[in-house]
Design a protein around this ligand. Structure first.
Ligand SMILES: Cc1ncc(C[n+]2csc(CCOP(=O)(O)OP(=O)(O)O)c2C)c(N)n1
Ligand SMILES: [Mg+2]
Length: 362
């Protein structure tokens, strides 16, 4: 049992691996096969490779604004790996790493940030709600979904992911309260990366931890080391299993850090102390897990080379798919707001079409 063992009010935080990758909690080290452990590492490498590529594409003018996930690999991979196929994920915009594990190919995420609407319709079987950019708006929706599943007596849980900044939105409190009152099978995963654009965590809440907020809503909350993929996996798995079994919601605050800018439109060096960034670089989730695998005799240079080559190939293929995807039609801008297009939109559409034709002719 992990949930209930670590009291956020006492500043307790669940960790399996320390910053060097050494096991500090043998009792709660998950007993996973070598294949599964390599799978975690592989997914983290693919996530970082896909992330680095997206950042570069934006700089080359091949993508719109993009929110990098660097530093979040363990929390995203660990949590998504803990899900069962029947569960649903309600992600926030930075969750590329979790999506891949749910079976959403990377090119969907690229399409989204390129600005192609097709990137908002993830494959049906993946059970992933579309990205939400309005901060925290996925929280009550995820809770509503979880409650619906409970009423239909379906064995599934909703994993609802969001940032530290989202916890000062009304949607967070509405969702948490509703989940508590109706015992919804929902797991709230707060990726506390210490910043909401340029606003530090201390300005979101006067409470010492985010996890402790669960107490007021009548269900457990705990802090987990978000850069420790094994700790995240174990805590989220237990919370999802509990939710599916009728045990109600859990709030998990993952202690992590946004190692890059908020988005490609941001310059974090203008508001973030360099020493803080440097200190977190030492806690890099990928390096930590590599050290763990090396100590177990699993990680070898050869493995790294093979996995990285595979990650590069997957990412290159995703770029190709995204850049060769059919472009949306002009009408799509107007098409889906009303069942039948009202006259003023028909007029605007005709005007836009004429302007496009004129530009082509010029
Ligand atoms: C309702 C709403 N308010 C403001 C914004 C602008 N905005 C976009 S991201 C963001 C910060 C969110 O921070 P956090 O929840 O910590 O997530 P992170 O970006 O750090 O992953 C803000 C204020 C928005 N998208 N939606
Ligand atoms: Mg944040």
């Amino acid at each position: 049992m992990i949930i209930g063992k670590y009291d956020p009010l006492k500043g307790e935080r669940f960790q399996v691996l320390d910053e060097t990758g050494a096991v500090v909690n043998e009792e709660l080290e998950p007993q996973l096969t070598e294949e599964k452990l390599v799978g975690f590492y592989r997914q983290m490498l693919i996530s970082r490779t896909a992330d680095t590529k997206a950042f570069a594409m934006q700089r080359e003018g091949r993508m719109g604004t993009y929110p990098p996930l660097k530093g979040h690999e363990a929390v995203q991979v660990g949590s998504a790996m803990a899900m069962e196929a029947e569960d649903w994920l309600f992600p926030h915009y930075r969750d590329l790493g979790a999506l891949l594990i749910r079976g959403v190919p990377i090119h969907f995420v690229y399409l989204y940030w390129i600005g192609n609407e097709a990137g908002s319709r993830f494959p049906d079987g993946a059970r992933v709600f579309p990205f939400t950019v309005p901060v925290g708006s996925q929280i009550p929706i995820g809770v509503g979904h979880a409650l619906g599943a409970k009423l239909r007596k379906e064995k599934q849980a909703a994993l609802i992911s969001f940032g530290d900044g989202a916890t000062s939105e009304g949607d967070f409190h509405d969702g948490m309260n509703f989940a508590g009152v109706f015992n919804a099978p929902a797991v709230f995963l707060c990726q506390n990366n210490k910043w909401a654009i340029s606003v530090p965590r201390e300005r979101q809440t006067a409470a010492k931890t985010i996890a402790q907020k669960a107490v007021a809503y009548g269900f457990p909350g705990m802090q987990v080391d978000g850069n420790d993929v094994l700790a995240v996996f174990s805590a989220v798995k237990e919370a999802l299993d509990k939710a599916r079994a009728g045990g109600g919601p859990t709030l998990i605050e993952a202690d992590t850090y946004r190692m890059s800018d908020h988005t490609t439109a941001d310059d974090a060096s203008r508001y973030r102390p360099e020493e803080e960034v440097k200190a977190w670089e030492k806690k890099d989730p990928i390096v930590r897990f590599r050290n763990y695998l090396r100590a177990k005799g699993i990680w070898k240079e050869e493995l790294e080379k093979n996995l990285q080559e595979e990650a590069d190939k997957i990412v290159e293929e995703a770029v190709h798919q995204a850049e060769n995807f059919p472009l949306p039609e002009l009408e799509d801008i107007f098409r889906y707001t009303y069942k039948e297009m009202p006259p003023h939109l028909e007029e605007e559409l005709a005007e836009l079409k004429a302007a496009v034709e004129k530009r082509k002719a010029d």
